[in-house]
Write a protein that binds this ligand. Structure first.
Ligand SMILES: Nc1ncnc2c1ncn2[C@@H]1O[C@H](COP(=O)(O)OP(=O)(O)OP(=O)(O)O)[C@@H](O)[C@H]1O
Ligand SMILES: [Mg+2]
Length: 269
């Protein structure tokens, strides 16, 4: 079993996982890199950790060196009720993986089809049901999402206890935060208890004036928003991140900022 908890902030006190979606409707901001490196960081600290890939791009498989075209069953099969989570579980670099590939694109048409409306009455809660099969097995379950507000993303947000929003400190990317926050607020207003853990600056080039200024603006702006924080830790732009992902060899020693980050977020050591 996993390492015993040291602080009241960790998942183990409740014997059920904290479920964290990494979400932004903006593409290419480091969602998958964040999920991957947080997971290997948590494993290196002794926490039992799983990833669920809710993006049809299937980038978690690639990030862990698994060929997505080789997957016989994926999270899609679980969501439509044709497999159990234990049937699709993979394991790499200490992390349990519930993977996806292009088949997940079929989810929206399948569950919204008129003829299937009786089969999927709770189509936004399919992932919550799937996670209930595994949540007592883990300290942390991380969910990678796609840059959209489609059915898989809605399922992810509604199944989560917490959300992290990565952002590049650049104009258009910063704008993307507000769309994501708006989506989460609408879910909260409908009565779902989900907490925005904070905004994580990614691919930061703090030697450039643009990033430096934008990061300061971002911190100032959110200092006035008590329920949303910008994390102290920032993830630098570095070729090692891209290489680890394309080689499918995640290594927390090559992404030490993410270790600092998980310690900050979960107040663990
Ligand atoms: N800190 C970093 N420094 C340099 N490159 C990075 C960093 N983080 C991620 N990358 C690279 O940038 C690209 C986009 O990152 P990533 O795939 O994590 O973004 P994403 O938000 O998941 O994208 P999408 O919205 O398409 O799912 C990838 O090629 C990745 O390897
Ligand atoms: Mg991604």
């Amino acid at each position: 079993m996993a390492k015993r908890n040291k602080t009241i902030n960790t998942a183990r006190n409740t014997q059920t996982a904290r479920i964290i979606a990494v979400a932004s409707q903006k593409g290419g901001v480091g969602k998958t890199a964040t999920v991957t490196n947080m997971a290997v960081g948590l494993v290196s600290l002794g926490y039992k950790t799983a990833i669920i890939d809710m993006d049809a791009q299937g980038h978690i498989a690639l990030s862990f060196g698994i060929k997505k075209t080789d997957l016989k069953k994926t999270i899609y099969d679980v969501l439509i009720g044709e497999a159990r989570m234990k049937d699709i579980k993979q394991h790499a670099y200490g992390v349990d993986l519930y993977l996806s590939n292009g088949s997940l694109s079929d989810l929206s048409p399948k569950v919204t089809a008129q003829t299937n409306s009786k089969l999927f009455p709770a189509r936004k809660y399919l992932l919550r049901r799937a996670i209930s099969e595994i949540k007592t097995q883990y300290d942390y379950i991380l969910i990678d999402t796609s840059p959209s507000n489609d059915i898989p993303t809605m399922n992810s947000l509604l199944a989560s206890t917490d959300i992290i929003i990565p952002v590049l400190p650049e104009g258009l990317s910063i704008d993307g935060i507000y769309e994501t926050i708006g989506l989460i607020k609408s879910i909260q207003e409908e009565g779902t208890k989900v907490n925005i853990l904070g905004v994580l600056p990614t691919m930061v080039q703090d030697h450039t004036n643009l990033h430096h200024v934008k990061l300061q603006e971002l911190r100032k702006e959110f200092a006035e928003t008590p329920d949303i924080k910008v994390f102290e830790t920032v993830i630098k732009r570095a070729i090692r991140h891209g290489l680890a992902q394309t080689h499918g060899e995640p290594d927390i020693n090559k992404a030490p900022e993410y270790l600092t980050f998980v310690k900050e977020v979960f107040a663990i050591a």
